[in-house]
Design a protein around this ligand. Structure first.
Ligand SMILES: [Fe+2]
Length: 194
């Protein structure tokens, strides 16, 4: 008969659903490894302190995982040669591509801005999201993080294709002790083995 300790060891967290890589994975562009995509807070938009943990399905932290993020800026524009959303300006102060490595508790952290939604095709908009690629010892997961209440969340085919879209939707709150107006959000990612 399983005791409490056994039950704890066999905890199975739901795996974070994968999402498409998308067309704007950075090209000829080096990710910043400083953790700060905002140029010291100079980028336009709402500052977002984005952090979380990479976990295995058994709840153990995944240390040493590579976490990459890339995203549109606060106007909905990627600094990518194929982004034809030219009505939205590029923000020279914003570096929309970053990489870090998780610490011993599986933690990662970035300082970024909230991205805007953008037109993906005539008449079809993508809700605001941040792309993630997590590379650990045994597996790689590519996914996207969305925002609660985001315009177009209900109609986006990629978000709605997720087996558990609730696992991809985050809810930023005011960031205590940071710049006025800054927000903070936690996004934990669960792999199978790590
Ligand atoms: Fe995207």
């Amino acid at each position: 008969m399983a005791d409490a300790a056994t039950a704890e060891r066999t905890t199975t967290l739901p795996r974070t659903p994968p999402q498409i890589l998308g067309p704007f994975y950075p090209f000829m562009h080096t990710p910043t490894d400083s953790g700060d995509l905002t140029g010291g807070g100079k980028a336009k938009g709402t500052i977002l302190y984005l952090s979380g943990r990479i976990l295995a399905a058994d709840g153990q932290p995944v240390a040493g995982a590579k976490v990459e993020i890339w995203q549109a800026n606060a106007a909905g524009r990627y600094a990518h040669p194929n982004d034809d959303n030219v009505g939205a300006p590029i923000d020279e102060k914003f570096n929309g591509f970053a990489v870090t490595t998780t610490d011993g508790q599986g933690r990662y952290a970035f300082k970024t801005v909230r991205p805007a939604a953008y037109p993906a095709a005539p008449g079809r908009w993508r809700p605001a999201h941040i792309h993630f690629s997590v590379t650990a010892k045994y597996e790689q997961l590519v996914t996207q993080m969305y925002f609660k209440g985001g315009e177009y969340n209900e109609t986006d085919s990629w978000l709605n294709s997720a087996s558990r879209k609730d696992l991809l939707i985050t809810d930023p709150k005011p960031a205590d002790g940071k710049e006025p107006g800054a927000q903070a959000v936690t996004f934990d990612i669960v792999l199978t083995r790590g």
